[in-house]
Design a protein around this ligand. Structure first.
Ligand code: ASP
Length: 217
């Protein structure tokens, strides 16, 4: 709701900290104490990260197989609407045991999130510092706009070349202006789904996709 208020007010693109809270309050949004966001599962993750001396992605597989019960990672969405407009959003808790004040790639337009009607909408997940360093989401669109690559090639180049070159682990979901979709990742798996009008939704975690029934209406 706060993000929507910033978008609809139209004056600024990105707000943070005390000013953002004041803006939300002025726009009549519900305010909660910080401990509203503190859950036992998250505190448990933090204790484990502290004990291991790690700053960790909660859904990273580097230290073991994907844990089906712990799907707390980034939630991203990209969409193409009937008028040909593209949109992207990304929401995340960031990395576990990050320093206070650390800002990841998810809210940074061009890094973890980007949409441009001329090329594509992109939402990223992974080790945010690398995605910031290569401006990953914008890089997909730039490869299409300046280099003439199609979405699949541009997304693959970012995930398989640009990100690993700076130690980046993760993936992205993207849709282009013609409705083509790419969802590459350089990790063991990435939770993802796709829905088009008239088609049954599909979801996938690892390489192969699995059909799921359409929700009852
Ligand atoms: N990219 C996010 C960050 O670095 C984390 C994530 O994808 O879960 O903050």
């Amino acid at each position: 709701r706060a993000a929507r208020a910033v978008m609809e007010a139209g004056e600024h693109v990105l707000m943070a900290g005390a000013g953002a809270e004041a803006f939300a309050r002025q726009h009549g949004l519900e305010m909660v104490e910080p401990d509203f966001f503190s859950t036992e599962a998250r505190r448990d993750q933090l204790r484990r990260a502290l004990a291991a001396g790690q700053v960790a992605l909660d859904h990273d597989t580097a230290s073991g197989p994907l844990d089906e019960t712990r799907k707390f990672g980034t939630v991203g969405a990209v969409a193409l609407d009937r008028d040909g407009h593209l949109a992207a959003l990304t929401s995340t808790g960031g990395m576990t045991n990050k320093r206070p004040g650390r800002i990841g790639d998810s809210p940074l337009i061009g890094a973890g999130t980007y949409a441009d009607d001329r090329t594509a909408a992109v939402s990223c997940t992974g080790t945010g510092e690398a995605f910031i360093r290569v401006a990953a989401a914008h890089d997909v669109c730039a490869r299409m706009a300046y280099g003439g690559q199609d979405l699949a090639a541009a997304a693959r180049a970012v995930v398989e070349d640009a990100l690993p070159a700076v130690g980046g682990r993760g993936g992205l979901i993207a849709v282009d202006a013609r409705g083509r979709v790419a969802m590459p990742f350089n990790t063991e798996g990435m939770y993802r789904g796709l829905v088009r009008p008239g088609d049954a939704p599909t979801t996938a975690i690892f390489g192969a996709s699995r059909r799921v029934p359409a929700p009852a209406r």
